[in-house]
Design a protein around this ligand. Structure first.
Ligand code: FUB
Length: 318
């Protein structure tokens, strides 16, 4: 038994063992994970997928916040409703990411804008602020940070622009903050130190030598002085990454992190460093009755090769 057990452990670690039984959240459908480490605790911010089993689109009324100290046991800490953004409408609590700066927390969110001006309609990015990673979140500016008129919607999105979704926020070691976001087009801008105003024009980003189409879900992180941009490519989505020497690019495509998943269409990832290990957090359709609009968050070890490239990940189940 020991030999067999030893053999199993060795084999499992060689392919990147599961961190905990995936999906890690089983009590409800959850999507678009974003993580934040604060005081030794991992906070997991997700959209709460509430579409019915035969639903044909996303129904996300709120974001949920979970916490864990070991990546195995997750506690539901609270919820944050889309209605906090009074200038938005619908069940559109789409992808979001929170960060910490100078003792305050900032949460960048995707919601559908309710502005009567036709040029501002479509998806928009808002920001909430709090003194705490779980409680007390409030709309920070009482209006959107990014609206449709500030970017160039792809032709097929002109009626209902979706290009301003999926914000990722990154604060570099020199204190400069950046916001990347997008669907079909990838954009970025610098943020002021107050984290609630842009500090540059909006730049459109090309990923050099990408063999597919940028879809959505950008996520920025840094590893050994290099900047990594992970994102969803093509549809159904593959997870891919690019690398740069600067958070402002140019970005060179590097390869795939994960192949297309069964049934979920999307797989929106976050990259987490916790206690000197790296993880990929993403969503699948793996829970019973799951699907495109009923997703579930999972987590895997993420390993780098010596040259800094990321090893491709095979999703694990519980
Ligand atoms: O959850 C709604 C949308 O689906 C997100 O904003 C995208 O990233 C995709 O996962």
């Amino acid at each position: 038994l020991m030999t067999m057990l030893g053999g199993f452990v060795l084999a499992a670690s060689a392919i990147g063992s599961a961190v905990a039984g995936n999906p890690i959240i089983k009590e409800r459908f959850t999507a678009d994970p974003a993580t934040l480490v604060h005081d030794g605790v991992v906070y997991l911010y997700v959209g709460h997928d509430e579409a019915k089993e035969d639903g044909d689109f996303f129904v996300l009324r709120e974001w949920s916040i979970y916490s864990s100290e070991n990546l195995k046991d997750w506690t539901l800490e609270g919820a944050f409703p889309r209605t906090e953004f009074e200038w938005a409408k619908g069940d559109t609590a789409w992808a979001a990411q929170a960060t910490e700066r100078d003792g305050k927390f900032y949460w960048y969110v995707t919601v559908l804008n309710d502005d009567p001006a036709p040029e501002k309609q479509g998806f928009a990015i808002g920001v909430a602020v709090s003194d705490d990673p779980v409680n007390g979140w409030k709309d920070a500016i009482g209006g959107p940070l990014i609206t449709a008129d500030m970017t160039e919607s792809p032709e097929f999105m002109k009626d209902e622009p979706w290009d301003n979704i999926d914000p990722t926020v990154f604060i570099d070691d020199d204190g400069q903050a950046y916001l990347y976001w997008g669907n079909t087009h990838l954009y970025y801008a610098r943020l002021k130190d107050n984290m609630t105003e842009l500090d540059s024009e909006i730049h459109k980003v090309d990923i050099n030598n990408m063999p597919g189409t940028f879809t959505e879900a950008p996520w920025l992180h840094k590893y050994q002085d290099k900047y990594y941009l992970t994102f969803a490519m093509n549809y159904p989505e593959e997870l891919a990454y690019a690398v740069s020497d600067s958070p402002e690019g140019p970005w060179e495509y590097q390869g795939l992190i994960m192949d297309v998943l069964p049934d979920s269409g999307t797989s929106h990832q976050a990259v987490l460093e916790f206690e000197e290990q790296w993880y990929l957090v993403y969503h699948t359709a793996a829970l019973p009755t799951g699907g495109n609009y009923r997703r579930s968050v999972s987590i895997e070890h993420l390993e780098y090769n010596e040259d800094g490239s990321i090893q491709k990940i095979t999703p694990t189940a519980s």
